[in-house]
Write a protein that binds this ligand. Structure first.
Ligand SMILES: [Zn+2]
Length: 244
């Protein structure tokens, strides 16, 4: 049994009313249409940002591959020209050496063809990825702007609620200051376990917490106990206080 005067019980109920109001305001704030629009667009933006980063990486890798292929083609080409220069210089007369040079030049041409085929494929992929990156970038810019706009709209819509929340919070602070720690501990424990309603009024014979009626004996016990201590509803075990 937790001792509590009728005045303290009334204060607990007033605290409950403030907390209920705070909960409603918080719920309204979280479910503002502006908030929902913002959440949806922020989610899409996160997805687009991730795709955008992935495609830019892909583009960077392809760009690097393209450069490597171009450099290798230039190397192979230079080598072929050098070998051709040697062949036509007239300095090499050995048929065996000339044959080796012809073979080398032909190998360079083959290698160059292979590299050029691969390069073409890389460039085709790049064209596709460049298109993707461009459209993702456009979408990213568009969504970032939208999210900024919606954030402002949400903040504007939340202004009144926030002002009311601040006012209720001040009321709550005043209410808790007027109550002793033991009563607050009981209250907060119940608040967490009873879906935000720790204290209910008894109206007639009905507990406003669970809407069940007290029996005649329970009613008698309630009247007796509530004069000096916290009474509990026999059904829902919330703190039950007399209606004002
Ligand atoms: Zn009840």
């Amino acid at each position: 049994v937790t001792p509590a005067t009728p005045v303290e019980q009334r204060r607990l109920f007033e605290l409950q009313q403030v907390d209920t109001a705070i909960r409603r305001l918080q719920h309204r704030r979280a479910h503002l249409p502006e908030q929902q629009a913002l959440d949806e667009n922020a989610e899409t933006l996160a997805r687009i940002s991730s795709d955008y980063a992935t495609q830019r990486d892909r583009r960077d890798r392809l760009e690097l591959q393209q450069k490597r292929h171009e450099a290798e083609i230039a190397t192979v080409d230079a080598r072929r020209k050098a070998e051709e220069g040697r062949m036509y210089s007239g300095l090499i007369t050995s048929e065996r050496e000339l044959e080796a040079l012809r073979h080398e030049i032909s190998a360079c041409r083959g290698r160059k063809n292979d590299l050029e085929d691969a390069l073409l494929e890389i460039m085709e992929q790049r064209e596709e990825v460049d298109g993707l990156v461009a459209s993702l970038e456009e979408r990213h810019v568009e969504l970032t702007g939208k999210v900024d706009e919606l954030t402002v709209a949400r903040d504007v819509a939340a202004t009144d609620i926030d002002a009311e929340l601040a006012e209720r919070q001040r009321e709550r602070d005043a209410a808790t200051e007027a109550l002793d720690a033991e009563l607050l501990a009981v209250y907060h424990d119940l608040l967490g376990r009873k879906d935000g309603v720790a204290v209910a009024e008894l109206v007639g014979r009905t507990c406003q917490g669970c809407r069940l009626e007290l029996t005649a004996i329970e009613l008698e016990e309630f009247r007796e106990q509530s004069q000096r201590a916290l009474a509990r509803c026999a059904q829902c075990s919330r703190i039950l206080v007399p209606s004002s």
